[in-house]
Every structure is written in structure tokens, then in C-alpha cells.
Design a protein around this ligand. Structure first.
Ligand code: ATP
Length: 334
């Protein structure tokens, strides 16, 4: 039976990598009944709202979505579509696995860590205002409930995946009350997971440790802002934003999407690397219980990357998005 899945192609390179990913998913033989919903620039251009209600209706019905990036205007303009969807559906856990891929040479080997980022509060709570002319204020909201459930998610993820270490990342030396509450909640949760090693790192030290010795980490759990920044840093450890997958998960459902943005500098050129979206699609297949298809797709992706003859420009190759998808489809068939 076909899987009912919401499809949000996004804008910028989102439409390009989504088209390539759909072709590859079709080649796996897994059947999908896609419920396609346009958002962002594409919806606006068609005279619709930036974020149609249909997105929520669809995900509440299907419980699962595959999504491309959606552009967020800098300073002014509409609110981030990505953040609004996550907050409205209370998709509180942002899960970003970071692992070396074959054939992609970086200064680091043996990187295998996962960032678990709190998605609904912290400095991204969106509560900002001008106090008076020339003075702006932004509120960082940390709650017992939000911190406890993200900590529990991180430890349960580690237990499920057999990962032996969880690191809580914070800045409680400066933000003693807010990050202090976060740490207090993580410490309470860790009592239920005695078999898992636990340590705490201040976020700036963590950034340094990540680029010195990333192999020391298993699962890292943190607030929204730290997670946003450190997950881009971690993508850099394994070959850049084009190869890093992610998922946003809550009680209502899960959205699988690459961690990068809409890459306006290369949008429309057909150059985007679809690997981050394809690995997000593998996470979707895992979630749907299509383990064999997920394993086959990951193995084919590894084979194409390792062969290195068809490579996108961000990995110093010359292939376009569709050419890369063609190579992957050939590998899946072979
Ligand atoms: P947004 O505002 O949507 O987040 P951005 O330009 O700030 O856009 P990204 O879209 O993540 O941030 O892009 C950062 C850099 O990484 C850009 O130079 C972009 O071209 C590159 N990049 C991001 N994703 C990919 C990809 N899938 N393939 C190739 N390059 C990418």
C-alpha cells in the first residue's frame, strides 16, 4: 500500500532537490501517495498565503512530511515559515545526524554524532520588540517542560541507537537562570539512563572541541540557537551543508528536511547537491518502516559518492542535480 506523505517542495533550490529526490524515491520501488503543498515564494507567486493552512491539515492527517528549504527574509518581511511550522505543530525535537560519507575527503574521519536541538523555545521564541527608539529586546524562553522533553528525547534516541554518550551544551556560566534551568532538567532526566555516559560543555568550548576532536561526541542536546549554529558547523566537518540531513519530530508527526537553506546564490542553476535531502528521505524511509529500501538507498548513495565520477560543484565536481540523481538511479538498479 502507498504511504500517505505530505510533500512541501519549498523554494529556491528546494524545488530542484525535491524533483531529484522524488525520482530517486520512485526508483526504490516504495510507493507514496504525495499530498503536495506549496509554501513560501511559490505560494505567494500563485496568489496564495506564504504559509497555507493546508500544510497543517495535511501533516495532521498524514503524520509525516518530506520538505525542502523555504527562504526567510532577513530583518523584516514575513516570519520564518520553517520555524512557524515547527512551532505550530510543536515539532520540538530537531534531529541532525552528522556522519562522514565515503569519497568526501575532509580533515576529519570517523565523525558520527547527532545534534538534538530544541525547536520551540529559547531565543527563537520570536518574542521581540523595540523597548524605545534604538533599543531592541528579544526574550529567551526556557521552560521546565521544554527542556525535560528534549532531554528525554536525546537520551531515548541514544539508547535506541546504542550511542553511549550524551553531552548537554549550554552557557549557564553567563545565563545562569535560563540555561541553568535547562541543565537542571537534563541532569534530572539522565538519572533514568545510568548506562549512558553524560557530560556538559559550555557552547563556545563545544565549538572548539568539535573542530579539534569531533569523534569524542555521541548525542549533543541543546537549545535552539546553539543547535542552529553548531549543526552548520558539524555539516562543515563532513563536506558542507549539501550533505547533511535532518528531521523535526513531535507528537503530531515528523518532517524530514535537509539542514541547509534555499541557497539563493545557486538557485535556478541546477547545481544544488541533493544529498542532504536524499539522506533526509532515508530517515523518512526508516520512519515508515521501509528499512530495506532505506539501506539500499544509503548504499547506492555511498557507492556513487565513493566512485566520485559524478559529483556536484559543492564537492568540487561538475555534475548537476539531475545528473547526480541519474547516477543514483543507475546504482539503485545495478
Ligand atoms: P537561507 O536564507 O534560505 O537560509 P542562505 O544562503 O543563508 O539561505 P543556505 O541556503 O544554507 O543559507 O546556503 C549557505 C551556502 O551553502 C550557500 O553558499 C549555498 O550555495 C550553499 N549550499 C546550501 N545548500 C546547498 C546544496 N544543497 N548544494 C550546494 N550548495 C549548497
Amino acid at each position: 500500500m502507498a504511504h500517505d506523505v505530505t510533500l512541501i517542495p519549498g523554494d529556491g533550490i528546494g524545488t530542484e532537490i525535491t524533483a531529484a529526490t522524488l525520482r530517486v524515491l520512485e526508483a526504490t520501488g516504495v510507493e507514496f501517495a504525495w499530498d503536495r503543498v506549496e509554501v513560501g515564494e511559490i505560494s505567494l507567486a500563485a496568489g496564495g498565503p506564504v504559509l497555507p493552512e493546508a500544510v497543517y491539515d495535511s501533516i495532521r492527517r498524514t503524520g509525516v512530511a518530506l520538505k525542502g528549504p523555504v527562504a526567510t527574509p532577513v530583518a523584516g518581511g514575513h516570519r520564518s515559515v520553517n520555524v512557524t511550522i515547527r512551532k505550530t505543530l510543536d515539532l520540538y525535537a530537531c534531529v541532525r545526524p552528522v556522519r562522514n560519507l565515503p569519497g568526501i575527503k575532509t580533515p576529519f574521519e570517523g565523525v558520527d554524532l547527532t545534534i538534538v536541538r530544541e525547536n520551540t523555545e529559547g531565543l527563537y521564541s520570536g518574542i521581540e520588540h523595540m523597548v524605545t527608539e534604538g533599543v531592541a529586546e528579544s526574550l529567551k524562553v526556557i521552560t521546565h517542560k521544554g527542556s525535560t522533553r528534549i532531554a528525554r528525547y536525546a537520551f531515548e534516541y541514544a539508547r535506541k541507537k546504542g550511542i553511549g554518550k550524551v553531552t548537554a551544551v549550554h552557557k549557564a556560566n553567563i545565563m545562569k537562570v535560563s540555561d541553568g534551568l535547562f541543565l537542571e532538567c537534563v541532569r534530572a532526566v539522565r538519572e533514568d539512563f545510568p548506562e549512558i555516559d553524560y557530560n556538559e560543555l559550555i557552547v563556545d568550548n563545544c565549538a572548539m572541541q568539535l573542530v579539534r576532536w569531533p569523534q569524542q561526541f555521541g548525542v549533543l542536546v541543546m537549545n535552539n540557537l546553539y543547535g542552529d549554529i553548531l549543526s552548520d558547523l558539524c555539516a562543515g566537518l563532513i563536506g558542507g551543508l549539501g550533505v547533511a540531513p535532518g528531521a523535526n519530530i513531535g507528537d503530531v508527526g515528523a518532517i524530514f528536511e535537509p539542514i541547509h537553506g534555499t541557497a539563493p546564490d545557486i538557485a535556478g542553476k541546477g547545481w544544488a547537491n541533493p544529498t542532504g535531502m536524499l539522506l533526509s528521505a532515508c530517515m523518512l524511509l526508516d520512519h515508515l518502516g521501509e528499512d530495506a529500501a532505506a539501506a539500499r538507498l544509503r548504499a547506492s548513495l555511498d557507492a556513487v559518492l565513493e566512485a566520485g565520477t559524478v559529483r556536484t560543484r559543492d564537492l568540487r565536481g561538475e555534475a548537476g542535480t539531475e545528473e547526480f540523481a541519474d547516477a543514483l538511479i543507475a546504482a539503485l538498479a545495478g
